[in-house]
Design a protein around this ligand. Sequence first.
Ligand SMILES: Cc1ncc(C[n+]2csc(CCOP(=O)(O)OP(=O)(O)O)c2C)c(N)n1
Ligand SMILES: [Mg+2]
Length: 378
Amino acid sequence: MSFHAAAPATTTIRLLDSEGRFVETDENAEYAAAARAIPDETLLAMHRRMVITRRFDHAAHNLQRTGQLGLWVPSHGQEAAQVGSVFALRPQDHVFPSYREHAVTMTRGVEPMEIISLYRGLTHGGWDPDERGNTHISTLVIGSQTLHATGYAMGMRLDGDVGTGDADRDACSIVYFGDGATSQGDVNEAYVFAASYKAPVVFFLQNNHWAISVPVSVQSPTPLVDRPRGFGIPAIKVDGNDILASYTASVVATDHARSGQGPAFVEAETYRIGAHTSSDDPTRYRGDDELASWVERDPIARSEGYLRSRGVTDAQLAEFDAEGEAVAADIRTRTPQLVAPPMQVMFDHVYREPHPRIDEQRGWLEAYEADQDGASHA
Ligand SMILES: Cc1ncc(C[n+]2csc(CCOP(=O)(O)OP(=O)(O)O)c2C)c(N)n1
Ligand SMILES: [Mg+2]
């Protein structure tokens, strides 16, 4: 399915209604055909990942409320957008997440405790992309990861890793960012470079309607999906709480990028059910009715409805709940046991190679600590 032919520009691709019933229309026909071909094992694997992430997210939030984490960034409500997109990736693709993509990073092999350690303030990002499915560390500087992903994709193109037709070689990068990030200069510069250099990068926007307390209507008078089109990047909007739409659109977008035709863009319309972070109180700026209308479109309930219509049993679904509970129990046990590393490690990953200014600062700290030690023994 070609990106341009896939659907009219004004369509929001939706394949599951709020009860999880399959919806087929003239406009979504190509996506519907692709969705019907998804094997049951993939549907189950995606559902499992969503359920585990939701349970992990709640447990981590509770750990923050009991003082075990410095901060938590909830992902509740955005599971289908994240899981559908990451399941479209191949091992050789590279992932550039922001701070809320727990389902994405865990699917690529990041350990739950690595995410927990980050939000306990014990690491600067804490994993090696080479060992974690080419998952680069979470970027908290809004939008800057779009440039990292674009630059990486430009390199992939220079290396000849696009358009060879070899499924194990052709690669793309995917970058996750939010509606608020679209207002950053970095994001728009990334669009320019990606389009000009035909970089194999997929821009995956999770429009969760809020940038902390600023509604998306303030970010742009035009639909966000129209912006990349102005830069020459083909773009599609999907119901981001619909796992089938998120997955099929991401397959189309990543295939487009890997084929050498240049960047692609997916806007997944979703909603942040929880607070922006554990430091935020959303009742100060949004109403109960808005929240309730999105709770009704819960991505996990819709996926579950669809799976049941395909004959998945209570017992199978209960297994995923049990797995999620085991992950939650594990982080509850292990988080209080985490040990703070020596202060010097904060210099370790500033640069990949040794750097004289960093060595100088590390040396200063060591001398200072030795001096303090000496003073306390005097
Ligand atoms: C460059 C920069 N400016 C401001 C901030 C403060 N900040 C943190 S999160 C956020 C809102 C981001 O909203 P959005 O892009 O929609 O992502 P979401 O949190 O909704 O997932 C802001 C302004 C930041 N981290 N980096
Ligand atoms: Mg947002």
